[in-house]
Every structure is written in structure tokens, then in C-alpha cells.
Design a protein around this ligand. Structure first.
Ligand code: GCU
Length: 417
């Protein structure tokens, strides 16, 4: 009896340990069976793009709303835009700069976001990158005309003017001059303006979701809120004649990589999506036990997700979706997944396999996904309708990544009229 108890106890301990320890060994990923995105709830199989769009796509969207990211409200009628600065002679005469204040509530209570937009001089209707980013817009480039506003701090949980702000301190993540020179506009918004990302989800009461109290729109996570904000920035871009609103490419890194996938999935006005190192609950397969897992996200970032998401912690096989479904929701629009060889937490291989698994959906539209069976050599970008690259290096956006993003954009938006 004693023996038996001990055996049970060690079995329980083993389960606890394996459920929490992070696996970085390809040999220990384990077996899993991916659901087929093309099989409808009634068991029928989608064989053409019309049925995909009319029947299966809405089903998958609903699965994501119910179980993963929650249900975002419609635009809301109160969002307002105030273009408070325009310079037609920015960045040494190469760009028009606009700074636009977005008020998400239309009341003096906000929240507010600052959208920074550069478009190439002399070009109307430029295809434009909309970049979600992590801090004040003054960090993206050393441009003294960018206004510095208070920013939210994870450490203090408060909104305060940045101490000793350094203009262009995150400039290494962007190639603004090259982007403009190649004929694109580029816009930035600090995701914390949409909703602060604070420990324990404390940001909810200060951000976009505060204007949509339950029960009218209960249970959308912070990722849903940031994605909703990206769509509101696009609402503005649609009003600006310097931007080609049919060719807005949404970019985000890491948690913002997850966000742009969800934004692109819901809002088909985004012409293309670039998700950088989006990892778990982004483009990486959840059923693969490698790097960050569903359990990690459920435990550390519950407020990013719908409440229903918690039930899948330790029950990954019960997920009604996996990341190839999220990718499929963006079909047939171009999607680029960028990863990093040292970003094992984000599981680059899991992103590659998800892109492959989503490929049959792209093929329904006559588009090319990832037909390659082997993970490509590092720094060798696959430039299909689904693009994929794994850079040498860490969880980051590198200047060379932007070369790939621009080539990807060129292939889809510069050679066609
Ligand atoms: C954490 C989290 C990731 C996320 C990343 C980020 O590492 O576990 O899921 O992508 O933060 O956004 O920086």
C-alpha cells in the first residue's frame, strides 16, 4: 500500500514537472495530430475558395473569438482623429510627416494614441507599413519634431513622461529611410497607448476596453484590444490621400506579432501582415511541445487572452484550432513570418510547420504557401505568398529583416497596378 502511494506520488510529480519544464529538445517534442483547417464543423471538406470564405473561415473566426482571443466590438462611432502636425519637408525633404492624435472614446477621458506617419515626398497613395511598436514614437527615429508624450511603465504601473528620452533609441529595428526611398509610407503607434500592458492585466481599466464595459462586450483580452486599435489606425489611414489604403501592410514583433496576426485575421482591409517572432499563440504550433507553451501563456499572460483560453492549459489537444488556422484566416493575403535562430522560446520550427499546414488553404486561392518540406537555411527568406525566414540571431527585428520585408512588399504591391 505504502509502495503504491509512493508510485502514485512520483507519477503525479513527474506529470507536474513535465507539464511545466520547457522543452528545447526536438527529439522530445512528442506526437501530435493537427486538425485540418479545411474540414468544416459538419465534417464536410472545403474544396474551393468560395466555400472557404462563406463557410469555413467564419467558423474558424468564431472558434478564435470564443476560445482564444475573445470577441472585439465593432469600430465604435466615437473614435476621432486629429492631425495636429503636418510637415511636407521632413527627414531632409524626403518625407511628409504627420502626427495624428487618435481618441478612442471621443470623450476627454480617452484613451488616446499618437500615430506617426511618414510618406515619401511627391508620392500620393503610397503602400504603407503600419507598425505596432513598444514605446513612444520618438524612439523610432532621431527626428526632433516628434512630440514626446507620457508613456506607461510596466515597473511602476503609471503613466509618466519618459526620463531622459533618447530620440531614435529603437532606430535599429526600423529602416525608415530605405522604406521611404523604396516608395512606401511607414506609420507607427505605441501599443501601450491603445491599452497599457501592465502586470496582472491592470491596464484594462485605462485602455480601449474600458469604453466597452461588460456585458456589451465581455471578455476580449489585451491582444484583442491592441488588434482593435490597429484597425482604428487603419480607419485613419483610409482617410489620408497620401496612403494607399488598399495596400496597408501590418507589422508587429513578439506579442505584437501575435496581435497583428489576430488583427489581420479579423480585418481583411489589412492587405498583408508581417509577424515577427510571434511565437506561442502567434504563428507557432501549440500542439508542439517546444519552447513556450499554452500553459505558459495561460499562466503568465492570462489578460492577453479570452477567459475561455484557460481551459486549454495542460489540455492542448482540446484546442479546437492551432496556429495554422490563424494563418489560414489571413489567406489569400500575403503573410510573412520572420523568426530567429536563438529564439527557441518562440519555436521557429513550429512557425515553419504551421505555415506548411496552412498552405492548402492558400492553394484554394491559387496562392503559394510553403511547399518546402525542410526548414530553410538560416537567412534564406522564402518569398511566396506566405513568406518565411529564420535570421541568425535572437528574438528581435534586425535591419536585414527589413530588406526581406521590403522585397516581400515589392513582390506583392509594387509590380502590380
Ligand atoms: C514573453 C512571452 C512571449 C512574448 C514575448 C514578448 O516572452 O512569453 O509570448 O512573445 O514576451 O512579447 O516580448
Amino acid at each position: 500500500m505504502k509502495m503504491k502511494f509512493k508510485t502514485i506520488l512520483s507519477a503525479v510529480l513527474l506529470v507536474c514537472i513535465t507539464a511545466t519544464a520547457t522543452n528545447y529538445d526536438e527529439a522530445k517534442v512528442g506526437n501530435y495530430v493537427l486538425p485540418d483547417a479545411r474540414v468544416c464543423a459538419d465534417g464536410s471538406r472545403v474544396t474551393n475558395s468560395e466555400t472557404w470564405l462563406a463557410k469555413r473561415r467564419p467558423e474558424i473566426l468564431e472558434l478564435y473569438r470564443k476560445n482564444i482571443f475573445g470577441r472585439s466590438p465593432a469600430a465604435g462611432t466615437n473614435v476621432t482623429f486629429n492631425t495636429w502636425e503636418i510637415s511636407t519637408n521632413a527627414l531632409g525633404g524626403t518625407a511628409t510627416r504627420k502626427q495624428i492624435k487618435i481618441n478612442f472614446s471621443g470623450t476627454p477621458n480617452g484613451p488616446f494614441a499618437q500615430l506617426l506617419l511618414y510618406t515619401p515626398t511627391g508620392k500620393v497613395s503610397a503602400p504603407t507599413f503600419l507598425c505596432l511598436q513598444f514605446s513612444g514614437n520618438y524612439t523610432v527615429i532621431d527626428d526632433p519634431a516628434i512630440a514626446i508624450f507620457p508613456v506607461w511603465s510596466w515597473k511602476t504601473g503609471a503613466l509618466a513622461m519618459p526620463k531622459n528620452p533618447v530620440r531614435g533609441s529603437a532606430a535599429q529595428n526600423w529602416k525608415i529611410a530605405e522604406t521611404l526611398a523604396r516608395g512606401y509610407g511607414i506609420a507607427f503607434i505605441n501599443y501601450q497607448d491603445i491599452e497599457p500592458d501592465l502586470p496582472g492585466g491592470a491596464g484594462e481599466k485605462f485602455g480601449a476596453r474600458k469604453n466597452f464595459p461588460p456585458p456589451s462586450t465581455s471578455d476580449w483580452g489585451a491582444i484583442g484590444a491592441w488588434a482593435w486599435g490597429a484597425s482604428r489606425a487603419l480607419d485613419y489611414l483610409q482617410t489620408d490621400k497620401d496612403v494607399n489604403a488598399q495596400r496597408v501592410i501590418l507589422f508587429g514583433h513578439s506579442r505584437l506579432g501575435k496581435t497583428v496576426l489576430w488583427a489581420g485575421a479579423q480585418d481583411a482591409r489589412f492587405a498583408a501582415v508581417i509577424a515577427n517572432c510571434s511565437g506561442e499563440m502567434g504563428a507557432s504550433l501549440s500542439r508542439r511541445d517546444y519552447g513556450e507553451t499554452v500553459d505558459d501563456v495561460a499562466k503568465h499572460f492570462p489578460y492577453w487572452m479570452a477567459k475561455n483560453f484557460q481551459q486549454f492549459s495542460n489540455h492542448w489537444n482540446n484546442l479546437p484550432v492551432d496556429s495554422h488556422f490563424l494563418i489560414s484566416l489571413i489567406a489569400p493575403r500575403p503573410l510573412f513570418l520572420n523568426t530567429g535562430s536563438e529564439d527557441k522560446w518562440g519555436d521557429p520550427h513550429g512557425e515553419f510547420l504551421a505555415a506548411r499546414a496552412a498552405t492548402p488553404v492558400y492553394e484554394l486561392f491559387g496562392k503559394s504557401g510553403i511547399a518546402e518540406t525542410n526548414f530553410p537555411p538560416l537567412d534564406h527568406a522564402l518569398q511566396h505568398d506566405i513568406g518565411f525566414n529564420c535570421h541568425t540571431g535572437k528574438h528581435d527585428v534586425l535591419p536585414t529583416d527589413w530588406d526581406n520585408f521590403l522585397d516581400f512588399a515589392d513582390a506583392h504591391f509594387m509590380q502590380k497596378n
